[in-house]
Design a protein around this ligand. Structure first.
Ligand code: ZN
Length: 135
């Protein structure tokens, strides 16, 4: 079951500069920033109701996010849907011949499980699936 939109991720070239729109002009609140070494990004978390907007700034030239920024410029990177059972969801998608980037869930440092669906199968949108562990 799909529970909700967990977050929408936007790639930016400069987190501080991007705050002028998202925080100062639009009025969202910055909850915190995080350095995610495995993806080579700094992430700013901006809660919106039950979901959040995540601003991603690449910190090297090699990561997937860095290449995305170089090719396409800043913009929406992916949409993340929270599911109750990621293994079952991936199995169902495989059965429907949906192209997956991660056939098996990846375990994050905080224990949450995630996997990406290929944009080719999702109308050009990179879709991330999250299964959160109980907090
Ligand atoms: Zn994400």
């Amino acid at each position: 079951m799909i529970k909700k939109v967990n977050h929408i991720a936007v790639v930016v070239s400069d987190l501080q500069a991007s705050m002028r729109f998202w925080v100062d002009a639009l009025g969202l609140e910055l909850s915190h920033t995080e350095h995610v070494a495995s993806q080579a990004v700094d992430v700013a978390f901006l809660p919106v109701g039950d979901s959040k907007i995540e601003l991603l700034q690449p910190i090297d030239d090699e990561s997937g996010v860095a290449r995305y920024l170089e090719k396409r410029g800043p913009g929406m990177h992916h949409l993340c849907l929270e599911v109750d059972d990621i293994v079952a969801t991936l199995a169902r998608l495989k059965g429907a011949e949906v192209q997956l980037i991660n056939e098996e869930p990846v375990i994050g440092s905080d224990g949450r499980k995630f996997a990406f669906i290929h944009p080719k199968s999702a109308n050009g949108v990179l879709v991330e699936l999250y299964e959160l562990t109980e907090e």
